[in-house]
Write a protein that binds this ligand. Structure first.
Ligand SMILES: [Zn+2]
Length: 260
């Protein structure tokens, strides 16, 4: 079984996160999260996302999504900020407490980012953060430089691909998967779908399936480990899955984009 990781782009929608000269944390976080996800996907990790578009979900909702999906790890990507501009720069990673594999993963991510050019501000315990406290799996929140540091923004913009790779490598190092060559499979072998429900009770699963099909959504049910998963569509690209996710959200459904 491949490792599964839920990637969380910090903030979103009406919550921009930190803002500096019109630059919004939520946008940097989303772009980087999608880039990291693509790399991990190509290395054989099962990647899921809390969001793939500019939408708001509370940190509590994000943690619950990860718990419901039963992923092995949760990685939240943010940009930092400091009360005064251009005062502090560097990367830091936050964890619930300083124990277990999450600390090792956080240290590995920081070291990889340091190699790209950021100052390494270390790993810190933040037991009060909801996405760290309420997730049931090892969780790391990475602050990828300060958004109100011109130095960090320059590193971020000039080395975007290397930064995405650094975060992915930090994760893979921890899982003993570093140095794996990207799987030699055509991109078309990966597909995306949108999960709209996961049930123990088949009656509830079928009810949702019927409801979606009546609205002409291409819904399907699959059974694994005693759970009934309702998914909509099968898409060759994340963009197409995200478009379907938007339609489903507008129709009032809880959604989760998954790769398979
Ligand atoms: Zn943030």
């Amino acid at each position: 079984m491949p490792y599964s990781i839920m990637l969380d782009a910090g903030h979103g929608g009406r919550n921009p996160g930190a803002v500096y000269n019109g630059r919004q944390e939520k946008d940097d976080a989303l772009a980087l999260t999608l880039a990291v996800g693509e790399i991990l996907q190509n290395r054989g990790i099962d990647v899921e996302y809390t969001r793939t578009t500019d939408v708001y979900e509370s940190p509590y909702q994000k943690a619950m999504e990860a718990n419901e999906a039963g992923v092995d790890f949760f990685i939240s990507i943010h940009r930092n900020s400091y009360p005064t501009d251009n005062t502090v720069s560097g990367v830091e990673s936050l964890v619930y407490d300083l124990s277990g594999i999450k600390v090792e993963m956080a240290e590995n991510i920081n070291e990889q980012l340091e190699a790209v050019g950021f100052v390494n501000l270390g790993v810190k315990a933040r037991p009060g953060l909801v996405v760290l406290r309420r997730t049931q799996m090892p969780a790391v929140l990475v602050e990828v430089g300060f958004i109100n540091s011109d130095t960090d923004n320059m590193i971020f913009d000039n080395n975007f691909d290397d930064i995405a790779l650094a975060i992915a490598e930090g994760i893979l190092d921890t899982l003993g998967m570093s140095g794996n060559l990207p799987k030699d499979t055509p991109a078309s072998s990966v597909s995306y779908t949108v999960q709209t429900g996961l049930f123990r009770n088949q009656v509830y699963a079928n009810r949702l399936l019927d409801e979606l099909q009546e609205q002409d959504f291409p819904a399907a049910v699959t059974q694994e480990n005693g759970l009934y998963r309702i998914t909509v569509g099968s898409f060759p690209t994340l963009d197409e899955a995200a478009e379907m996710e938007r339609r489903l959200k507008r129709a009032g459904y809880q959604t989760l984009v998954m790769s398979r």
